[in-house]
Design a protein around this ligand. Sequence first.
Ligand code: B12
Length: 146
Amino acid sequence: MPKTVVLGVIGSDAHVVGITILEQAFSAAGFDVVNLGVQTSQEEFAEAAVAHDAEAVLVSSLYGHAEQDCRGFHDVLAAHGVDAVTYIGGNLAVGQDEFARTRETFEAMGFDRVFDSETDPTEAIAALERDLRIATVEPERATVRS
Ligand code: B12
């Protein structure tokens, strides 16, 4: 059964190219992707996660206001009864903030993983496969030899 992920750009952010690439990459990797698009509210993420029984919620933010937009996000998810892995990625801080500090900030806010804007989608897919413990069977091992 494919695992469902909810994906969107939070807050008033309108940068759409990154999540379009992520949607294609996650779909090609075998996930069911619910793409909420840009300018998605915290409630919309939570409602979609419930409606689609999502195993992961992937938040994107590019315009530098991620910290404000994500304040209370995990409380909103919890209030809706969402039990899902949460990732955030993109350009999460204003200017040239040191990424290690940015990661700490968002982990403290409750995100399971934090990715910067240099992240290749395959890195996030590999992390999600590990976090959701998806078995990947190599084709030759799956072949039954007589
Ligand atoms: C194109 C663009 C725009 C376009 C957006 C068009 C559209 N509808 O998409 C327009 C002109 C509208 C725009 C507007 C603004 N922009 Co702009 N924009 C860009 C630009 C040049 C490219 C973004 C892009 O498409 N990149 C290509 C995609 C493929 O990469 P990506 O978005 O980074 O996504 C990848 C990764 O980040 C990562 N990723 C992203 N999200 C997630 C989530 C997860 C979970 C994971 C794992 C990975 C991940 O994977 C993605 C795929 O590889 C960037 C600069 C840059 N070079 O990045 C600035 C940039 C993002 N914009 C910026 C700013 C400030 C703005 C404005 C606020 C400017 C203004 N004062 O009006 C507005 C905001 C408007 C709004 N409401 O959102 C700043 C943000 C600064 C910051 N964070 O400190 C940047 C960095 C430019 C800069 N150097 O100052 N922008």
